[in-house]
Design a protein. Structure first.
Length: 458
């Protein structure tokens, strides 16, 4: 029986695709191992958002290939017979194969051509078992597994790490043309999954014990927009109408598409099943840089969205993204970003350094920012955000809050979420996973709270 080892990189959608691939191999009778040394087949689900992640995956593949070769050489040097080698738990380089899935295969096809790596495009997750058979039969055809197609990743077997949290992808690709983005070349144009299949998938997750549903895609707000429509509000209403005591966390939405459905989406957030949490990446506070990024909105648009949400839902948690060191970013541009962050005071700030990808138009921009300046600006952003977090957290000390326990921590610690998705660590000798409890906030940290249970289940 084959042993399969999985390694995942990147976004929540990637995480879900890995869950599906695990479900497919398990259903077919193959084993999943947690140790790559014992694997016949290694499947790496890749990401291309950051250059650092791409480099990390490349190094990991080289490391695995070298490790396999060393294991094979060591076994030969011990004088194993052919039959005894077959029984050795560590797999030799002759047996061990590597499949690279996710966003890298399409973009870096030439790079991996002569590296004994089998490629599986992000739109061919359902073909994984066929690929494994083709590899076994020495019948691998690269074109067969790299052609871009529309694939619905719903109602498939999946193995989730969490018993409580389930991930649902609602679309693939996007209609954006951001000048720095590689993902759009890997995922292709927007393809929204059928509403009926999304609802059916979530029903199955709820019936299996899920109590927290994560809605994800490259841009949730664009759902249905390949037809010129914005169907996210309608979809969410139907999800929230499903029976059961569960919570919904809506993932990333781009500002230009949120603007088209702003009033409708704010109304939906009034529903008690919705976590009061929005992830809207602004990337920069400079309109000049937003134009160079080809982001299709300006800073005022973003501020309008945040202002309206906070007017209607004051407790809303704001998560946003910033790219440090985008080409041609002057000190004035950077100060505009600082000003925007200080104005909106986001609870979560996902900051990344600009990654220059040769395939993108942003890589051709002049006036690249020196690494020293990028580091300085990144440090300043982190310092300002820590100050914002400290200021926000002070409001929670001593408060009693209803939280939903969705993860286990170390020992007898559990991780919970408030109604606005703030992270709270709670200790309990009882198993409170999947329960709503009331806690009193006893201690503060910049990115999470420490709570003490005052009522065990509500």
């Amino acid at each position: 029986m084959q042993e399969i080892y999985f390694e995942n990189y990147g976004c929540v959608a990637n995480q879900n695709s890995t869950e599906i691939m695990k479900g497919l191999v398990k259903q077919s009778g193959l084993n999943i191992t947690e140790n790559s040394d014992y694997a016949d087949l290694i499947i790496i689900n890749s990401c291309v958002v950051k250059e650092s992640t791409i480099s990390k995956i490349r190094r990991r593949i080289q490391e695995l290939l070298k490790k396999n070769k060393k294991n094979f050489q060591n076994k030969n040097s011990l004088g194993f017979s052919t039959s005894s080698r077959k029984n050795c738990r560590l797999k030799s380089v002759e047996n061990k194969k590597i499949i690279l899935a996710g966003c890298m295969p399409r973009i870096f096809q030439k790079y991996f051509k002569d590296k004994k790596i089998y490629l599986l495009d992000t739109s061919h997750i359902k073909d994984l078992l066929n690929l494994i058979k083709d590899i076994e039969n020495n019948n691998y055809d690269e074109k067969k597994y790299l052609s871009l197609r529309n694939e619905v990743k719903l109602n498939l077997p999946k193995i989730s790490e969490s018993k409580i949290i389930r991930i649902t992808q609602i679309s693939e690709g996007c209609l954006g043309e951001c000048s720095y983005c590689l993902t759009r070349f890997a995922k292709g144009k927007l393809f929204s999954y059928p509403e009926k299949e999304i609802i059916e998938s979530i029903k199955k997750d709820l019936s299996s014990g899920a109590k927290e549903i994560w809605i994800t895609s490259q841009d949730n707000a664009s759902y249905g927009n390949e037809t010129g429509n914005y169907f996210l509000p309608e979809l969410l209403k139907k999800i929230l109408e499903l029976k059961g005591n569960f919570k919904v966390r809506l993932g990333m939405m781009n500002p230009n598409n949120v603007l088209k459905i702003l009033d409708d989406i704010i109304e939906i957030y009034q529903n008690p099943k919705m976590f009061k949490f929005i992830h809207i990446p602004v990337q920069t506070g400079s309109d000049k840089i937003l134009k160079l990024m080809n982001r299709m909105y300006n800073a005022k648009d973003f501020l309008k969205i945040v202002k309206k949400f906070r007017e209607k839902i004051p407790e809303i948690t704001i998560s946003t993204d910033i790219i440090s060191g985008f080409p041609e970013e002057t000190e004035k541009d950077f100060q505009e970003t600082i000003g925007l962050i200080q104005k909106i005071k986001p609870e979560i700030l996902n900051r990344s350094n600009f990654s220059s990808h040769k395939q993108t138009s942003a890589s051709k921009l002049k006036n690249k920012i020196p690494e020293k300046i990028i580091t300085q600006r990144a440090t300043e952003l982190m310092k300002i955000h820590l100050e914002i977090c400290d200021e926000i957290q002070k409001n929670y000390l001593g408060k009693e809050l209803k939280v939903f326990v969705d993860e286990r921590g170390f020992g007898n610690t559990f991780l919970a979420r408030t109604e606005n998705y703030k992270l709270v660590a709670v200790q309990s000798s009882e198993n409170i996973l999947g329960k709503f409890v009331k806690v009193k906030i006893k201690k503060l940290f910049p990115h999470y709270l420490i709570g003490e249970i005052v009522k065990n289940e509500i």
